[in-house]
Design a protein around this ligand. Structure first.
Ligand code: APR
Length: 228
């Protein structure tokens, strides 16, 4: 008997209780850094050192963080559902919690990529250095989707959401295209949950059950209800 498909769409909010800052809070990452200086292809050309420093710091912070109750309880869900995590996050907390199917829409901190060959991707657990080169001598870059760049994993993500029986949206302001449109790819009969202390459900076309709580308490609440 095949298990119902549950797609979980996560954003920075699910990692907030692990101590990783979100982006658009008053003390968020975009309050302390200019997007155009650290998260655009132009920034990489103009100021590679600043971009590498920004991601080196985020990589170190993510490695020092631990998965929280929300990441961990999503693994429990796999007992009764075919769970697919589609995350905008670049940390590896879902993987470290034990989730089996994790798709990163915006890249991963623990990987580096050739600035010339997008298919040349290697593990990267230490600080990236300016002199790091690919096998053809081209400079390496963070394996992160910058603003203005395309999102190679989007078609795969859309296919998953289109097959979902349940979609759980956790900890995202739903302000960044095209990730924010994914939830609206769900079948009309799918059950949609939104878990966020400051939920922005205006973007969601379907009927949605809102749990206006932090992920650490809200995700276990929903998972326990789904496992009943
Ligand atoms: N639990 C659940 N949600 C939380 C928590 C928490 N403890 N704390 C904050 N949130 C919510 C906020 O209310 C907000 O809705 O998490 C969301 C964080 O929103 P953003 O900071 O905009 O992060 P996100 O939606 O993931 O950003 C999307 O923008 O900058 C780009 O590529 C970057 O992936 C990122 C994308």
């Amino acid at each position: 008997m095949t298990k119902p498909i549950c797609v979980v769409l996560t954003g920075a909010g699910i990692s907030a209780e692990s101590g990783i800052p979100t982006f658009r809070a008053e003390d968020g990452l975009w309050a302390g850094h200019k997007i155009e200086e650290v998260c655009t292809p132009e920034a990489l050309k103009k100021n590679r050192a600043k971009v590498l420093d920004f991601y080196n710091e985020r990589r170190r912070n993510a490695q020092a963080a631990q998965p929280n109750a929300a990441h961990l309880v999503l693994v429990e869900l796999e007992k009764a559902y075919d769970v697919h995590i589609i995350t905008q996050n670049v940390d590896d907390l879902h993987e470290r919690a034990g989730s089996k199917n994790v798709l990163h829409l915006h890249g991963e901190l623990n990987k580096a990529r050739s600035s010339f060959d997008p298919d040349y991707i290697v593990p990267c657990f230490d600080d990236q250095k300016l002199e790091d080169k690919d096998e053809n001598g081209y400079p390496m870059r963070p394996h992160i989707v910058f603003f203005g760049e395309n999102v190679p994993m989007l078609p795969k993500a859309e296919e998953l959401v289109k097959k979902a029986d349940i979609v759980i949206v956790i900890g995202t302001s739903l302000q960044v295209y095209p990730a924010n449109g994914l939830v609206n790819e769900a079948p009309s009969w799918a059950k949609i949950y939104l878990i966020d202390p400051h939920p922005n459900s205006g973007f969601i076309r379907q009927q949605v059950e809102i749990i206006a709580m932090k992920a650490g308490a809200g995700v276990p609440k929903v998972v326990n209800a789904l496992l009943k």
